[in-house]
Design a protein around this ligand. Structure first.
Ligand SMILES: Cc1cc2nc3c(=O)[nH]c(=O)nc-3n(C[C@H](O)[C@H](O)[C@H](O)COP(=O)(O)O)c2cc1C
Length: 336
């Protein structure tokens, strides 16, 4: 865990990644960070993960997932992102920071939100343009890389899953045109690009699975890929942000990726269910170079640099608070 690693010419201090975690610390609808946001990210940087993937930032107001989420939908937002990046680097000069670009699609709160099945071609072309413009802003704000949020039933994620995407035109799920077009567009910007993929929706006979994940990764060239398992909690066998302790429950996908030599094609991050450094070692031993943690950092953002006595019990009150428009603090944070 504590050895260096390089992704796309970016040297990471160690193999741990703070996976994107919406904190609910922005203004209600504008996407502008509040003071708590900056404090929180400075503290995270002091906890020395190799890479911080910033919470998802919506690329357009139509793609905003909910109240108090972060935006990167206009040039006016660049200065807020730059301020956060500068503060994180002042707190830890070796920190690497990734901007996660997202469009919530049907999960959004806008009255004119987009559904993958009913979107017009021009809606989808507009989405590609919005991702491109957001990536340019991310580069101007000083991020080291960007990650496309193509997981957890957001627009890009639904577009690649035949559980959700029933289109028969060129945006059908087997051609993953939307994801491909976004990648191609952002390749014109001088910034490394990763993707977060739900590698298995855990729906019987439908949706993303190991085979589809490998097909996408064989055809598209990302600078890194973050593998996250599961769909919406309660709907599929495994939810991405599920309660309970199923560590590394999508290991079969990693095995398939390994058999197709896809662990060597680009750096891979696995995220979901890792509670501590010992858990992470299972994935590292499988040959996965990087391990992501989300709720663990909410519970204790210093767990990599101090004795870790604060356990995440996966009560999911953090996500519950976020959905209700509050900050996603861990309710156990004050108790040790
Ligand atoms: C409060 C909360 C907010 C989240 N926000 C994001 C997000 O902004 N982007 C994202 O890709 N995943 C988000 N996730 C999912 C996590 O990145 C991660 O994939 C998931 O929680 C499983 O990892 P864990 O078991 O380490 O928590 C969020 C999860 C939680 C609990």
């Amino acid at each position: 865990m504590f050895t260096q690693y390089t992704i796309a010419n970016l040297q990471l201090e160690n193999r741990s990644v703070r996976s994107a975690t919406a904190t609910g610390t922005c203004e209600v609808t504008s996407g502008i960070p509040e003071q708590q946001f900056y404090k929180l990210y400075q503290s995270l940087a002091r906890g020395h993960p190799g890479l911080i993937i910033q919470e998802h930032a919506f690329v357009s107001l139509r793609g905003n997932a909910g109240p108090k989420h972060l935006g990167i939908h206009s040039d006016d937002m660049i200065k807020y992102h730059k301020k956060a990046n500068d503060l994180m680097r002042a707190a830890n000069s070796s920190i690497r920071i990734c901007c996660q670009l997202a469009h919530a699609g049907p999960n959004g709160i806008a009255t004119d939100k987009i559904d993958v099945n009913t979107a017009t071609i021009s809606d989808l072309e507009e989405v590609v343009q919005q991702f491109l413009e957001a990536a340019v802003r991310a580069q101007q704000a000083g991020y080291d890389c960007v990650e496309l949020h193509s997981a957890h039933t957001y627009l890009l994620s639904q577009s690649i899953s035949n559980y959700y995407n029933k289109r028969t035109d060129c945006y059908n799920p087997t051609e993953f045109k939307l994801l491909k077009d976004v990648l191609t567009a952002i390749r014109t910007v001088n910034i490394p690009i990763g993707v977060k993929l739900q590698c298995d929706d855990f729906f019987e006979g439908f949706g993303m699975d190991a085979k589809n994940t490998c097909t996408i990764l064989n055809q598209l060239n990302f600078d890194f890929v973050e593998i996250s398992g599961g769909d919406v909690a309660g709907k599929a066998k495994y939810g991405t942000i599920r309660q309970g302790k199923d560590t590394y429950y999508y290991r079969h996908v990693i095995a398939e990726m390994k058999s197709q030599n896809l662990l060597n094609k680009q750096p891979v991050i696995v995220t979901g269910g890792f509670e501590n450094i010992q858990d992470a070692q299972i994935a590292l031993d499988d040959g996965v170079p990087l391990v992501g943690f989300a709720r663990k950092f909410l519970r204790n953002d210093q767990f990599l640099v101090e004795e870790d006595t604060k356990k995440c019990i996966r009560c999911n009150q953090c996500i519950g608070k976020l959905v209700q428009g509050q900050s996603a603090e861990c309710p156990l944070q004050v108790k040790q």
